[in-house]
Design a protein around this ligand. Structure first.
Ligand SMILES: Cc1ncc(C[n+]2csc(CCOP(=O)(O)OP(=O)(O)O)c2C)c(N)n1
Ligand SMILES: [Mg+2]
Length: 822
């Protein structure tokens, strides 16, 4: 949305036609002789060598998988190995012109890409920085293994290091590039510009765009290459990543210097199959994959098909496409045609393709053909080529011996330290800013129009007589969130925020009102309606070193970012072996009044996912303090907000919401109302219903309830709750999440274990119904109400004298509903 752009009906409604340009298909025609102008003999031989190394590496894995032996080295590898025999030219061609500043992302079939990019980086780096990288990575753990066996030549040592680090990772050894926590499908090595590979196919489609966004926004050198399988063109994150990367605003609304948008090449490693499905003719409709670029933007993403069986053709394409990006001409799509001679995995019987087809592609094999050309053009003799093959065999055998040796290449010792992996789940860092530098802003913070308005507001919600101030006079919960975010924007130069309607509109619920005036487009912008990419790009942005606040407008829409939320955001810190940090604060607004698909509280769902922190503040004081803490940290935090209480004032914290900076530690619950007879533990906006119930309990039944506001779901300190239960002997837990399988049940069970002897009755859970959420007029029948809490206490914990039950929480009804699945 931008008022700068006038949408003229006279123009928009005019008849016309869209004409597409042409998309080149295998247009590379240069002979090796002609290429001598661009490559030295050494270059040609190195290209051959790199392909041969990759081929031998994959051949070794194939043999290990199928026969438990390679060249006399015996080993059983039960894990995955998706091999890329046949695709070597595509990988080496892709990596050749990329510098160490250029990042690649890939998929489950990325061994070849990792090695190609690593070999290219090793060639480009001087010995000193190379040695520094190796000796500093995990304090030299990986280097120490191979150093013993080779000390003569740094470049050769680095090749050993690359092959060993990758293989040890595949074999789940702690000496591998990601401490063995990534494995075959996720191995990577950032110092060489090799970023995560993803077992969720298409998973890199949006993460890589976030990495490119990081480069763009923070003016970092280099481009990003997203290596994606051809069948993954059917995946949501890929389409969303492409949509996000090609938004018009980069060219039209952002400052001139950002014109090209995220510097990214979507490189489809088109081996023409997705497991057993043929993409052309069966599972996709594009015919030639490059066609897809035509519809995306007027530049047709400079889409092109290139012969991925010829390394020089791929290099030529990458050189030209990289140049386009450096000229700020925007994202590029490459369809790199290749063939997977190996099966999808070593157990693949290739029932879906003919023998003739495999043989035809083997006959055209890129390594063989390139070798013939090198010999034909007198660049290398046949014997020299054979020597290279022998060199690769010796090298791979040596590395295989080292990586399979359990004494040299050890696994994480979970006997000695059973919680080692647990300790890597969260980084728990505290960082004012992710990088040094002056944050880019448009006005001084004091001049912010919203900040000026807030200065006049009442920071405690009640006047001297205990009467609430009017809404307009009160500093609200949304203001607490705003203040914390505004503060951080002036502190951390890497911080950016985006989502739907974040700019101009000020966020759908006015949390960001006043931010547009403060920040340039490159720090606050509206994204495409791509919830997957909103979260996915944030992941890529954070793993490259930035801090980011993506926003999901309604909690219900989290489903659209399911994979990003389940498999990416929570997992990359630990899967990287703590190389990557993930300072992403994902703001998620929980709806109200809008029925079944706009009012769901999915807090239980996100709290279930290991690797995420989850907070749900219910007061302005907590909202500001928890946002400050989330933005100071280095972990992914799902920050839940309830639309029902965006406008509440502070009713609990004496003195109101401080103007200055303070943090509320994530994980610490807070006693909002003191009591001695029963404990009520609430999550989120239900706090106010719990307080209402507590007041009725006091007034009508003479029972004093202690109300504890969980504030956080993960992590969570149970101690204050247990202390309370020791005093009261009774506890009821309540939140707006549907009761079955909810986080409340998890808490109830933990409390039972920790305080069984203190309890007079089992902990009782009062969640929402296991229904769809009805219209606002019927919402009170769905979300827990004060009278539900009273009914549940009466029926399950302690009879309340004279209480008339309105809802049946008795055991018979509980049994009946469970039998019915509601
Ligand atoms: C989201 C997801 N769906 C399904 C799979 C199972 N799977 C693994 S590889 C693969 C085929 C992918 O094909 P393509 O993207 O062309 O890559 P290729 O395997 O050919 O390299 C499938 C379906 C997966 N890993 N992730
Ligand atoms: Mg494929």
């Amino acid at each position: 949305m931008s008022k700068k752009q006038f949408i003229d009906p006279a123009i928009a409604r005019k008849p016309g036609k869209i004409t597409f340009g042409t998309i080149p298909v295998n247009q590379y025609k240069k002979s090796l002789e002609e290429e001598k102008a661009n490559f030295s003999n050494d270059d040609f031989i190195r290209i051959y060598r790199d392909m041969v190394i990759i081929r031998e590496f994959e051949t070794m894995l194939n043999q290990i998988k199928t026969t438990n032996e390679y060249s006399g080295v015996r080993y059983n590898h039960p894990g995955p190995a998706h091999l890329s025999i046949g695709q070597e030219a595509a990988a080496v061609g892709m990596a050749y012109y990329l510098t160490v500043d250029d990042f690649i992302f890939g998929s489950h079939r990325s061994h070849g890409e990792i090695l190609a990019k690593g070999l290219s980086a090793i060639h480009q780096l001087d010995e000193q920085p190379l040695m520094k990288i190796m000796s500093e990575y995990f304090g030299g753990t990986t280097l120490k293994v191979i150093e013993k066996y080779r000390k003569d030549n740094v470049k050769e040592l680095a090749i050993d290091f690359l092959l060993y680090g990758t293989l040890a990772e595949i074999f789940a050894k702690e000496t591998g590039f990601n401490k063995g926590l990534g494995g075959s499908m996720h191995a990577f090595f950032p110092p060489f510009g090799v970023y995560p590979n993803n077992a969720i196919v298409g998973g890199s489609g949006d993460i890589s765009v976030g990495a490119a966004l990081f480069k763009l926004v923070n003016r970092k050198p280099g481009i990003v290459v997203a290596n994606i399988g051809d069948a993954s063109m059917g995946c949501g994150p890929v389409w969303e990543g492409i949509s996000f990367a090609t938004m018009d605003q980069f060219r039209i609304l952002w400052d001139e210097e950002f014109k090209g948008g995220p510097p990214i090449i979507f490189n489809f490693m088109n081996n023409q199959y997705g497991m057993g499905g043929q993409t052309k003719g069966e599972t996709m409709g594009y015919g030639i994959l490059a066609r897809v670029g035509a519809g995306v933007n007027p530049d047709m993403m400079f889409a092109e098909r290139v012969d991925g069986y010829n390394p020089l053709a791929v290099m030529d394409a990458f050189r030209r496409k990289k140049q386009l990006i450096l000229e700020k001409k925007g994202p590029v799509l490459l369809d790199t045609l290749t063939y997977r001679i190996s099966g999808h995995s070593p157990s693949d019987a290739s029932t879906y393709r003919s023998k003739e087809e495999i043989e035809a592609w083997m006959k055209a094999d890129s390594i063989h053909e390139f070798g013939v050309q090198l010999a034909g053009n007198k660049i290398a003799t046949v014997d020299e080529l054979k020597n290279i093959q022998e060199y690769a065999r010796v090298l791979i055998k040596k590395i295989t011996k080292l990586a399979t040796n359990d004494d040299i290449s050890t696994r994480m010792d979970l006997v000695k330290n059973p919680n080692r992996i647990g300790e890597l789940m969260l980084s728990n860092g505290s960082k004012d800013k992710m990088e040094e530098g002056k944050p880019e802003v448009l006005i001084p913070r004091e001049e912010n129009p919203r900040a000026k308005q807030l200065a006049k507001k009442e920071r405690f919600g009640l006047d001297k007589n205990g009467k609430p101030f009017s809404k307009v006079k009160t500093f609200q919960l949304r203001d607490g969130i705003f203040e914390a975010i505004l503060y951080r924007f002036y502190k951390d130069p890497t911080l950016i925020a985006y989502g739907e309607e974040n700019r101009d509109w000020g966020g759908a619920f006015a949390v960001y009102r006043g931010l547009t005036e403060a920040l340039p487009y490159n720090r606050l912008f509206n994204s495409s309606i791509s919830e997957g990419a909103i979260v996915g790009t944030a992941i890529g942005y954070a793993m490259c070193g930035g801090r980011v606040i993506p926003e999901i407008m309604y909690c219900d829409f989290l489903g659209r970012s399911g994979d990003e939320l389940f498999n990416q955001l929570p997992k990359w810190q630990s899967m990287s072996g703590d190389i990557l940090k993930m300072p992403v604060v994902l703001r998620v607004s929980i709806g109200s009044k809008y029925g079944a698909q706009h009012s769901q509280d999915w807090s239980s769902l996100v709290a279930h996912i290991p690797g995420l922190k989850v907070v749900f503040p219910a007061t302005p004081y907590d909202a500001k303090g928890l946002m400050n803490a989330a933005l100071q940290g280095t972990d992914p935090v799902v920050y839940l907000e309830s639309q029902r209480i965006y406008d509440v004032g502070e009713l609990f914290h004496e003195g109101g919401v401080p103007e200055g900076y303070y943090e509320i530690p994530i994980g610490e619950p807070d006693i909002k109302r003191k009591g001695k007879d029963i404990t009520i533990l609430s999550i989120g906006a239900t706090l106010y219903r719990a307080i209402e119930a507590a007041n009725i309990l006091e007034d009508k039944y003479g029972m004093s309830a202690e109300v504890i506001d969980a504030r956080s779901l993960v992590p969570f300190n149970y101690e204050p709750v247990i202390e309370s239960v020791k005093k009261t002997g009774k506890i009821l837990l309540t939140s707006d999440a549907s009761s079955r399988g909810s986080f409340l049940k998890d808490m109830a069970q933990t409390i039972t274990e920790l305080a069984f002897d203190e309890l007079d009755a089992p902990p009782v859970v009062v969640g929402s119904r296991n229904w769809i959420i009805p219209a606002h007029e019927l919402e009170d029948f769905f979300f827990p109400q004060a009278n539900w809490i009273l009914d549940a206490i009466h029926e399950k914990i302690v009879p309340l004298k004279g209480h008339t039950v309105m809802n049946d929480f008795g055991p018979d009804e509980q049994l009946r509903l469970n039998k019915l699945g509601i």
